[in-house]
Design a protein around this ligand. Structure first.
Ligand code: MN
Length: 250
């Protein structure tokens, strides 16, 4: 890789234009704040559009030194062996068909990977875990995980589990986070550990046990970095993991 900045691939989301000049138009997009956070941390972000053929997925992976899965719509529960329940939001299964194999291939190749919100859920489901489809409909009493108002505002506390990479990244026992999710990790995938929890027990951070950088958080650090610069540490760690690895062997 030499001295160039690491290239971080960000799989695109689907935006359906429901009104405006071109209703029904489908667009590939990534929220700018993810790309800004990666750039601020010293990476060159590139958006990866949806593909599904294995050789195309492999070709996308070969372009990048690391991956970042962003937030977005709900995962299709059929991919983790569940039927949809009331409360499940919009799903775009083609996105899952792109991102789930990409996450598996990245893990197998040891490619540094950060998952944010839906992105963390992708890492878990790709490795065999399941999700709560709709926290707000669950029988257990949960805290509010869909805040309103400012995107950057701290909404609830997460406790960071001792001995985890996430705890080392923030170097403290708990951190205040924003919260914009109504799904959450239910069954943790084999080979992962929980690295953060909200005070209601909801899983807010996961990482693999093998020491590689394959880590997810349920909150939105990209929305907080301006007001809470500590949140940039997550993106810096991803960039540093790419540099330490010396780039993509593919
Ligand atoms: Mn939350």
């Amino acid at each position: 890789m030499g001295s160039r900045k690491p290239v971080i691939g960000v799989p695109s989301n689907v935006l359906m234009d429901s009104h405006g000049a071109f209703p029904g138009t489908e667009r590939a997009y990534v929220n700018q704040d993810y790309l800004d956070s990666l750039a601020l941390a010293g990476a060159i972000p590139v958006v990866l559009p949806m593909v599904s053929e294995p050789e195309d997925l492999q070709a996308q992976l070969a372009l990048v030194d690391g991956l970042m899965f962003s937030g977005g719509v709900d995962l299709d529960p059929l991919f983790y062996g569940e039927e949809p329940v009331p409360g499940l939001g919009d799903t775009y299964p083609d996105m899952d068909r792109h991102q789930l194999p990409l996450a598996r291939m990245a893990r197998a190749a040891g490619l540094p990977t950060l998952g944010i919100c839906r992105g963390m859920q992708i890492l878990n489901v790709a490795a065999g875990g399941t999700l709560h489809q709709a926290l707000e409909r669950a029988p257990e009493p949960y805290l509010r995980h869909v805040q309103t108002g400012w995107r950057h505002a701290v909404s609830h506390t997460v406790d960071l589990v001792e001995g985890t990479r996430l705890r080392r990244i923030f170097d403290r026992a708990s951190v205040g986070v924003n919260s914009f999710h109504h799904q959450a990790v239910k069954a943790l995938a084999p080979g992962f550990q929980v690295s953060a929890r909200a005070r209601d027990g909801v899983i807010e951070g996961i990482e693999t046990l093998d020491g590689g950088f394959h880590l997810g958080v349920q909150w939105h650090p990209e929305g907080m970095v301006r007001k809470y610069p500590d949140m940039l540490r997550l993106f810096r760690e991803l960039v540093e993991a790419c540099i330490a690895k010396g780039g993509n062997p593919a």
